[in-house]
Design a protein around this ligand. Structure first.
Ligand code: SAM
Ligand code: SF4
Length: 335
């Protein structure tokens, strides 16, 4: 039931209706931009939210006005009880979506369907098996590509997420776009973002402007169509005339979309982050386990949200390792 008090609005009037829940800090891949080679210190198992706790926290958000929940991680599907969690969350009056690397997605097709999940985001950073295996530090390209085709055949709305890294996969941008000629998918190019331990530097990043320069050099001006972005969309969306699918750029570094941000994140160990780039977080799990009301903590966390990128409002600030290094690694946030 919708509560009267609006705890999901921040001081800039942004309404936080989209909750992203990380189910686990574990993953069956090891993407270089997401986690350090040596791994990350994992939370003790007892500090990870149980499926009941996930449900209780999610329900609190839904009762207060959240309309969309995305499950992420780590790799959400490697969690042993992910199916139970999906089914439980599907009982809430909310749009349910998932981000996955697709390595074991074939085992979940029926679960997704029974839970009403239609929108599935899949990470795919290269169309070349060797390069994919290099960036993910695992040899699962064939499995992932087959599973992406399976998702499409089964009728899901598939978005492919490719993190662009200069000198690594920037020469595949046009190949990715050409994939949308026959496939009804959206390929989303993500600007490489700095997080703890991912060896980010500006030189490795392909910007929105650079991607569009490549696109405009390849296609005629009248073939490249800007399409309408959905409300609160993080991406700038385009389509090549006559192609079945579309492509987009997520420009969190060079063109942040913070003005219309409606996202709030819950980490696998029950911490609330009001921004992907925030260096602070609020513990919801301990008070929940103590039987306390978590709504005042949610409200306070949302009200303390900065206007832009967790306070790193200029590119210069974002580039400072002392600032972005205070954050977690992406794998432990839940992208
Ligand atoms: N394992 C799932 C997957 O790979 O889709 C879900 C979790 S993953 C952290 C979510 C998204 O974050 C992926 O699309 C991934 O490409 C993106 N991501 C991770 N590290 C990133 C970085 N440094 N910059 C930009 N995007 C990043
Ligand atoms: Fe795992 Fe996804 Fe991070 Fe890759 S991007 S290491 S698949 S959580």
């Amino acid at each position: 039931m919708r509560k009267n008090k609006n705890i999901l609005q921040d001081t800039f009037g942004r309404q936080h209706t989209y909750l992203r829940i990380s189910l686990t800090e574990l993953c069956n891949l090891r993407c270089t931009y997401c986690m350090p080679a040596e791994g990350i210190p994992l939370s003790p198992k007892s500090h990870i939210m149980s499926f009941d706790e996930i449900y209780t926290i999610a329900k609190t958000f839904v009762d207060n006005g959240v309309t969309k929940i995305r499950l992420t991680g780590g790799e959400p599907l490697v969690r042993k009880d992910s199916e139970i969690i999906l089914k439980k969350l599907a009982t809430l009056p909310v749009e349910l979506a998932i981000s996955t690397n697709a390595v074991i997605v074939d085992r979940f097709i029926e679960t997704f369907k029974s839970c009403g999940i239609q929108n599935i985001n899949v990470s795919l950073d290269s169309l070349n098996a060797e390069k994919f295996n290099q960036i993910s530090r695992r040899n699962d390209f064939e499995k992932v590509f087959k599973n992406i085709q399976l998702l499409i055949t089964e009728g899901f709305n598939v978005k492919l997420n490719a993190v662009l890294i200069k000198g690594f996969n920037d020469n595949e941008i046009i190949d990715f776009i050409k994939l949308t000629k026959i496939l009804p998918i959206s390929v989303r190019f993500i600007e490489f973002m700095p997080f703890d331990g991912n060896k980010w530097n500006k030189e490795k990043m392909m910007s929105y402007a650079e991607v569009m320069a490549l696109v405009n050099a390849e296609f005629r001006h009248d073939e490249v169509q800007r399409i309408k972005d959905a409300p609160n969309d993080t991406s700038k969306n385009y389509k090549i005339e006559g192609y079945k699918g579309s492509f987009a750029i997520i420009s969190s570094v060079t063109n942040p979309f913070c003005d219309s941000c409606n996202r709030i994140r819950l980490t696998a160990n029950g911490r609330l982050k009001n921004c992907l780039f925030s260096s602070t977080e609020s513990d919801l799990l301990t008070p929940l386990r103590e039987g306390k009301n978590i709504e005042p903590i949610i409200q306070k966390t949302i009200q303390s949200k900065f206007k832009i990128r967790g306070g790193m409002d200029t590119l210069k600030k974002l580039e400072e390792p002392e600032l972005h290094g205070k954050n977690r690694s992406m794998i432990a946030i839940g992208g």
